[in-house]
Design a binder for this molecule. Structure first.
Ligand SMILES: O=c1[nH]cnc2c1ncn2[C@@H]1O[C@H](CO)[C@@H](O)[C@H]1O
Ligand SMILES: [Zn+2]
Length: 358
């Protein structure tokens, strides 16, 4: 088998479902925006700043990992700043060969300079539109959908859910909750999830990352999540061995084809996995869960979609067949309409991989 190089992975179309806007800024942009905003950074050298984020996020704890977002959120408080960050996000993903991305952020964290929630969303969506148009001109077409996140420790989820529905025809394709998981179960936001279900809207829930099965169970069985953000701890319900045995929850997640938005590097940093080679993605793929590969926070993990795939190729010996499987899984699980998903699978993804698979 011919070894797969990083450069080859960049060229092949990829789909990304779990990427945080405030976790993916270019270090140089943070430096510029911080100077404008008068925000003090740990360093103003972009390269050193990039390293600082990766090191500070490498803490083994989700709570400490999340502290680093204070510096990105602080420079995303005006409409031009939000628009720029979103535009650069679309450009960076497209340059990495991502053809479909759902990018999330929490509007409630961007109100420090008196923007309204609607203005925050409008600025970000405008940035994605602008970035996607520029990427297409450069020969890297990408479709970017926005997910609105509510912070799980706060109490604004109903308001954010309504905001998402209000913008559903202008770029917002779904809803999410994020933030520290332990102590903040998904059922705290049940009203918001029930509202979204009545609106026939889509949502994912960060669950099974820093807390285990009860969080996943609530996300699926109480809240009705379409997908699981991470969900990696579903392995706690699988007894390993020659023929692994699935508990009732793991069996349900697999039977219902509930997509797992796995984020290998992020999980190593927050302590959810000991290393990439030890990451449960290997087992979950072998057992044919609906596994997808994601970046979570490109800045904090110093990563990209191509890099995450390259790490898996190295650790598990995956070839184009597996990378295509991950990509089609992600596209099937996207929150855009079925016919649009199918078009990207049939016209963009399959033809590109067919050439490589021979
Ligand atoms: O892996 C994660 N788990 C939980 N919360 C996260 C993760 N990555 C980022 N955020 C949180 O989501 C907010 C909106 O994008 C970020 O500000 C961060 O606090
Ligand atoms: Zn996340």
């Amino acid at each position: 088998m011919v070894a797969i190089s990083y450069e080859d992975i960049v060229k092949v179309p990829k789909a990304l479902l779990h990427d945080h806007l405030d976790g993916g800024l270019r270090p140089a942009t943070i430096v510029e925006l911080a100077a404008e905003a008068g925000h003090e950074l740990p360093t103003t050298d972009p390269e050193a700043l990039g390293r600082w984020f990766a090191e500070a996020a490498n803490s083994g704890s989700l709570e400490r990992y999340l502290e680093t977002f204070a510096h990105t959120v602080a420079v995303m408080q005006t409409a031009p700043a939000l628009r720029r960050v979103a535009r650069e996000c679309a450009l960076d993903l497209a340059a990495d060969g991502v053809v479909y991305a759902e990018v999330r952020f929490a509007p409630e964290q961007h109100l420090e300079q008196n923007l309204t929630l609607d203005e925050v969303v409008e600025a970000v969506v405008a940035g994605f539109v602008e970035g996607s148009a520029q990427a297409a001109e450069a020969g890297n077409p990408i479709r970017v959908g926005t997910l609105l996140t509510a912070m799980r420790h706060a109490a604004r989820s109903q308001e954010i859910a309504e905001l998402a529905v209000r913008h559903r025809d202008t770029g917002v394709v779904g809803f999410d909750i994020a933030g520290a998981e332990a102590g903040f179960p998904p059922t705290r936001h049940l009203d918001a999830f029930e509202y979204l279900q009545r609106e026939n809207f889509h949502f994912t829930i960060h669950a099974g990352e820093a807390f285990g099965l009860p969080s996943i169970w609530q996300a699926i069985q109480w809240c009705g999540a379409d997908r699981l953000g991470h969900g990696v701890r579903i392995v706690d319900d699988i007894t390993p061995g020659e023929s692994p045995v699935l508990g009732r929850l793991a069996a349900y997640v697999r039977d219902k084809r509930i997509p797992l938005e796995l984020c290998p590097s992020s999980n190593v940093q927050t302590g959810a996995a000991a290393s990439i080679a030890d990451h449960p993605i290997g087992l979950l793929r072998d057992l044919r869960f609906r596994v997808t590969v994601n970046t979570d926070n490109r800045l904090m993990s110093g990563t990209s979609m191509s890099r995450e795939m390259a790490l898996l190729v190295d650790a598990f010996g995956y070839g184009w067949k597996e990378l295509q499987w991950f990509t089609i899984n992600a596209m099937k699980s996207a929150f855009i309409p079925f016919d649009e998903r199918l078009r990207i699978i049939d016209e963009v993804i399959k033809p590109a991989y067919a050439k490589l698979l021979g």
